[in-house]
Write a protein that binds this ligand. Sequence first.
Ligand SMILES: [Zn+2]
Length: 716
Amino acid sequence: MALGATAPPPAIISNSSMHVYLRALRNAPTLEWMEGARAGGTKDTLWTNETTELLPASVQVNGADVPLTWQLHPQLGHADPRKVVFVYESMEPHLRLCWEWEARADFGPVEHRITIENLSGREIWLPMVDSLRLAWRTAPTRQLRNFYVEKGADTPSAAGTHLESVGEGYRWTGESSTYAHPVPGRPREIIPAEIVYRADGTQSGWYAGIEFRGRTRISLERNGQSVKSTLGLNPEPGPFRTRMDPGGSFQTPTVFLGVFAGGPDGAGNQLRPWVRAVLGNPVTWKDPQYPLTVNNSWGSGMQVDEGLVLRMIAESRELSLEMFHLDAGWFRGVGDWYPDPKKFPHGLAYVADAAHRQGLRFGIWTDWTQAGVDTEPGALNVHDAKVRDWLVTDLPTEWKPEEFKGQTTDLGVTAAHDYAAQEVKRIVESYHLDMLEHDGYLVAQGCVRGDHPHAAPDRSTMRVIHDSGFDFVLGSNSTDVSYHAVRAYYDIYERMRREHPGLLFEICNDGGRMVDFGSAAHGDYFSITDTYNPISNRRAFYDTSHLLPAAMLESYVEQWPTPRAENFLYMLRSGMMGWVTIMLDTTAWTPAQHEAARQAIALYKKKLRPLIRDANLYHVSERPDGIHWDGVEFWNPQSGRGVVYAFHGSVADENEHRFVLAGLDRAKGYRLHFEDGSAPDQEATGSELMKQGLKVNLPHPLSSELILLEDASGKR
Ligand SMILES: [Zn+2]
């Protein structure tokens, strides 16, 4: 680009991980280059951007396109080493654009967003504004990789974790939405992030992701000397447009951008602590019981009542679990979130108080944006004229909800938002909750109505898709509908957190359809998949833990055949690498299984949980296939402690496996303790463990071992 003699000096954002050089040109800003801080700016970690920002070229006013001319206003901007804001204005119509970068932690990635304010006094329609566009210059011979992971969704797929070569002509788009209806032939949704790195040497590169729950996409392509990536709202199906009322504004989803070395685990070990420090809820992370051990009622499905709950609370206490989680089945009906009086004659606060008296926390499942057909006072009924106007689509008069799925209301409508905010508050306060789980198709992504704050749909291309119990809409306005609904959803949860700082939010959407960085900023933990057998739990954890803190990743442990004692531990441990929720009938356990579970939970709380919270994480095997061995390593260099989870798959003749460990000091000695006694305690050097590997021998298929590591040179 031609800067000329009058180009202003760059503004620099820095932390201990990276430096970013930004420059405000007269008509547009630009990110010029970035580099890793620790490497001292060697060519290895230097990335030069070859484009300036494309500010919106036009808007619509009264149905006509009006071209825009943007002009820098230096006096309105701001620059310090942690935050830079460049401000541009258009005079006709009068708009103000803030181009903002911030380093919110002294390590990890920096964040970026664009805010456009409508100062014109008229209604303005804005076209698609991407969150971030990058065009890195790169040598044509440089070998690059693109690493990304799928959401666990209903069931983790056979792939899950993807590593692709970014060669000449490479084109990739990863999509994330509020609810991924499985469309045959379409790629699965991703957790919206990409990790792009050099295939050789230090495996250094950059990573970027989107902190938003709405419909978003990331694209990556390579042509000649240019590697381009675009992040932001999903322009498909388009054309996208969004309304700005007089005095209103539009903000692109915030994105983060980081520099790292060491391949995907190197990126993850920088990103996960950053998610905790910057996006996470500080009250939650200060809680010494986080991530909690939980007993959940879904092992009995919808057949729950007061008697069962009181028995399960007593069982939970006996097993030293820390929370009782009442799943679906407790309510009068969908949209009618009051306890079924036949099942809970004394109400929900009564059983919550019973849990509290036993030293347990109490949480429940809800689907609080959904309407049904109940007519009792307090029920959200789809046939009520007011509610009908909030629904994303019209329903036939004979429509009925499923047992626990109804029709989604559009939270982007102010009246629907206000109703839902009151309802969530009532549910939390009147039922004495410590945790609220939401589920279902919660946040609309498409709506047939023309009188909502979002853009009206183009009816010629609109599709109404029928899923079990509800309909959803895909059309030109889908992304804008999701934009408004997500903002409203965030507002409700942000208010609840201010009023109830210790309240926990579980993010669930038919399992792991809402796993993303916007959810990480507004919830405390995720249901990562809706399939709960050992292999699905391990696959979903393996994938998701590349990007998000292990403590936030909940596995439900369901009933699974355990003819032998080692199968029972294998089942439990497959769900004990992050947040663990037991979802089986513990009263059916044998005394030996009871004792094994009690010990496994005690070990989790004493030795595993501190590592799950604080340690680095290394994926030291191929992705689990259920057949061969797999495992993960946690290692905390500060405490000098770690653990390897080792799983022996279904193959009978693979009794021995070596896990090549990572993150240790080659020169140091390490004590190894095999928790189940599959080998005697021993010592090994970091060099041995990271070259020859940690040898584990388990004679039986579908068994497991926990190998606790300790720095032998440190204090015991
Ligand atoms: Zn709507």
